[in-house]
Ligand binder design. Sequence first.
Ligand SMILES: Nc1nc2c(c(=O)[nH]1)N[C@H]1C(S)=C(S)[C@@H](COP(=O)(O)O)O[C@H]1N2
Ligand SMILES: [Mo]
Length: 334
Amino acid sequence: MTLIRVPESWEISENQITPPRLYYNRRSFIKTLVGAGIGASLLPLAGCQSGTSGIGKSASETALEKSINLPKIESFTKNPDFLKVDRPIADEKVAAQYNNFYEFGGTKKIWLDAQKLPTENWKVEVAGLVKNPRTYDIDTLKQKFPLEERIYRFRCVEAWSMVLPWLGFPMKALLEDVEPTPKAKFVRFTSFYDPEITKGPGFHIGSLPWPYTEGLRIEEMANDLAFFAVGIYGHDLPKQHGAPLRMVTPWKYGFKGAKSIVKIEFVENQPATYWNTIDSNEYAFEANVNPDVPHPRWSQATEKFISSGPGISWEIKETLPYNGYGEYVGDLYT
Ligand SMILES: Nc1nc2c(c(=O)[nH]1)N[C@H]1C(S)=C(S)[C@@H](COP(=O)(O)O)O[C@H]1N2
Ligand SMILES: [Mo]
């Protein structure tokens, strides 16, 4: 099993994402996977490989188009508070290949491997310290809560960023529906996990704390910004982005946004979460974007912003406290 992957010449140089020494940091397997941005690496993008050659589309280009060619979401509003971002929205095909979804492995084909995710008859169980525990099916969720579009910055802990147009509903709408009891102080989100389906190369080494879980304080979940996405770019959520329901918390590092959620549990104490269990020093539970607090292995002062595309280009930008959302969430942390 090769843990250190040598990038293909056509891939973006991984040292544009993280310092080169990370390739060789074998302190632990998982750090290599994360640090080298293996999940975040790329297939050749439009223009490098596809129809421009004149001999038709490659198989991967066709598969990529298929993965994002999904039913349009017909009825939603545009939330004017969250439509203006001073940076361009990422090209859809770039966003649809630039993913992390470790259940499906650690290769550059995560977007393709994630097509194995079975999304039929999806149910989301809400349990724990709530007055109205219930299991929603995904269509009920989409009908019950008015959908809106929000354009949010997205900032990965690995210091890359982009801007994405999510479709979904605020988490606080769900809170109002299930009514947590006064004892509930935290919420835990659990991602789909079936080792027979999700297994990918590299994920059977050692014991990792599957399923992927994440958590928030109740007050964070009740904040205006906290969002459940059921779509992106005007249509249903592609599997690689965490279909059919994923968390979006744009003031926190991207790993907080659990994908393909099957369970939401209200609890009294801070729950164990996936990355925090692996290394609490590198992946704090709170994980608010903060340029002044370096990751133990790299600075968070700047980020590689993925500009609009087509194809990948990068700009170095200064990272903002709370990823630019201090006016919404600053009060939560005083
Ligand atoms: N279930 C699950 N959720 C996950 C991850 C994952 O590996 N599994 N990766 C996280 C990380 S590190 C990031 S940066 C974002 C990436 O979201 P995107 O691929 O839609 O851009 O998903 C987050 N949610
Ligand atoms: Mo990430």
